[in-house]
Design a protein around this ligand. Structure first.
Ligand SMILES: Nc1ncnc2c1ncn2[C@@H]1O[C@H](COP(=O)(O)OP(=O)(O)OP(=O)(O)O)[C@@H](O)[C@H]1O
Ligand SMILES: [Mg+2]
Length: 261
């Protein structure tokens, strides 16, 4: 392990996962530097969610390990927050009671000022007493982000958090994540199918190969923040998109060619 690995917030080391005969992940290694955003992209079924669950401590790998601040993750950890594609709000609880739910379970006292600040930051102030069914999909996802950040995790894991939202709302949510990151510098691991989203948000993009997922390539994203439309529509962003898509779709083209003989 080099110097960089020693400083990693999260270090994925030869991660492998088998479900019976099926190998979902194989020999997967990469680092997530502290206070950065790293996106993981790759074809459907290549093991992204499997990897994220292992990072969260919700399930164990069958091979290798993941280190948080140099220590193996063996179970759910208070330093790690999670946001999924579905906001998973309890329908019978209003928004604030949903946000306070993890504190109730853990028997912890919530930091009301911090929660109020987060609510304001994601523009949910005034909706505290509304029930999930009274909120749009984007609002529900914003509530899920507040719920995760209210516990002040040092790592936030996000699994396609905006995959179910329309393109405009997704853009707004990406801006919001950028703003939150610029304020908190929380280390974020972000899974997405959208190369555009990955480029907008990330300091580094990790591309996984088709199942069994392995690290196929990694890209540094050099753009300053906040990232403007000009940056994202520029030649450098275009070239990166082209290369990442080439990595992902190259496999499919190869498979097709082999099938045709
Ligand atoms: N609990 C499980 N039991 C058996 N197989 C599983 C289980 N969870 C995932 N798999 C398999 O592992 C592989 C990787 O799944 P995973 O959900 O991690 O992929 P993914 O990259 O997140 O896909 P997507 O982009 O569609 O969300 C798939 O082939 C899936 O069928
Ligand atoms: Mg998934």
């Amino acid at each position: 392990m080099g110097e960089y690995a020693a400083q990693a917030k999260l270090a994925v080391r030869n991660a492998g996962m088998r479900y019976g005969d099926r190998v979902a992940l194989e020999n997967c290694s990469f680092d997530v530097a502290p206070n950065t955003i790293v996106s993981i992209v790759g074809p459907s079924g290549c093991g992204k969610t499997t990897l994220l669950w292992a990072m969260s401590g919700l399930h164990n790998l069958t091979d290798g390990q993941i280190l948080l601040d140099g220590k193996p993750i063996t179970g759910p950890h208070p330093d790690i927050g999670l946001v999924f594609q579905d906001a998973n709000l309890l329908p019978w609880r209003n928004l604030m009671d949903n946000i306070l739910f993890p504190f109730e379970i853990k028997g912890q006292t919530p930091d009301r000022d911090w929660i109020e600040h987060l609510m304001e930051r994601v523009q949910l102030t005034g909706f505290e007493r509304n029930f999930p069914r009274e909120l749009s999909g984007g609002m529900q996802q914003r509530a899920a982000i507040v719920r995760a950040l209210s516990l002040r995790p040092s790592v936030l894991l996000m699994d396609e958090p905006f995959g179910a939202l329309d393109a405009f709302t997704r853009d707004e949510m990406n801006k919001l994540v950028e703003e939150i990151w610029m304020e908190t510098h929380t280390t974020i691991v972000f899974i997405t199918h959208s190369i555009e989203e990955a480029l907008f948000l990330s300091d580094r993009v990790v591309v996984l190969s088709p199942r069994p997922g392995r690290v196929q390539s990694e890209y540094e994203i050099p753009f300053e923040r906040p990232r403007t439309m000009e940056i994202m529509a520029g030649k450098e962003a275009y070239d990166l998109t082209y290369r990442i898509k080439g990595d992902i779709y190259g496999h499919q083209a190869k498979k097709l060619a082999e099938a045709k003989g």
